[in-house]
Design a binder for this molecule. Sequence first.
Ligand code: DGL
Length: 276
Amino acid sequence: MRNKPIGIFDSGVGGLTVYNELEKACPADDIVYFGDTGRWPYGIRSPRVVTGYAGEIVDFLLSHEVKCIVVACNSASAMALENIGPDCPVPMIGVIKPVACTAAEATQNKRIGVIGTEGTIASGAYAEAIEAIDPSLKVTGKACPLFVALAEEGYLDRPATKLIVADYLASLKKLDIDTLVLGCTHYPLLKNVIAEEMGEDVRIIDSGASTAAEVKRRLIADGHYRDEDRRGIHRFYVSDTPGKFAQVGRLFLGREIGTVTQIDISRYGVEIPQPE
Ligand code: DGL
């Protein structure tokens, strides 16, 4: 089992922010990345639809005999993981719990803000996970859907970006939060503008590092961590044409991605319990 690859998926290219940290945490491991570029964004869809998509992707990754599956997409972690995780034959690790732990440890004044897609914020998954760690913590969510488009367009530090960020974050700024969770794969690209807007007293937490650390911890605990002197082989698959993924991926990773292969994800599918 140890020599099997790690599977990781996202609605598209954004999960590369988590992949980036995973590569650092598990450098010897092979990785299979799937980006559902043909059906993104997930953040505006219902839990039923996202759960169906995620079920197909899990089936695809299992066909690569992965030893665990990382749900890099915050929207899928928030809306689908609970439905699919228990029936998956390998461990599924989403971004919400690891990040909730980091945020709960980081806050001093017990006020935490969470920003994410509409689906992630509406699910209340972050608030639930953080309050399960410490019920005295106060969590306030705010959906910031335009941030995804800004990141994909490379609008990382423009005047328009600063205006939009200021507008979305105005309500959170009034709440005296000292910790802000970037609950979306794309938001780390806007981290500088967000941090500047929130001020230096607010700690910014993104999904990648906490999630990658949790994957490593879990693999070590299961005896499946590859602690060898080798560089893992990484394969990238998408459900739409590879060109755009490779282009935007360059922006996310700061380097070339290599070969990206398009697959027909609808050929995969497992029986999964659907939410009410
Ligand atoms: N990857 C998604 C997330 O982290 C953002 C893009 C989308 O809406 O699919 O929530």
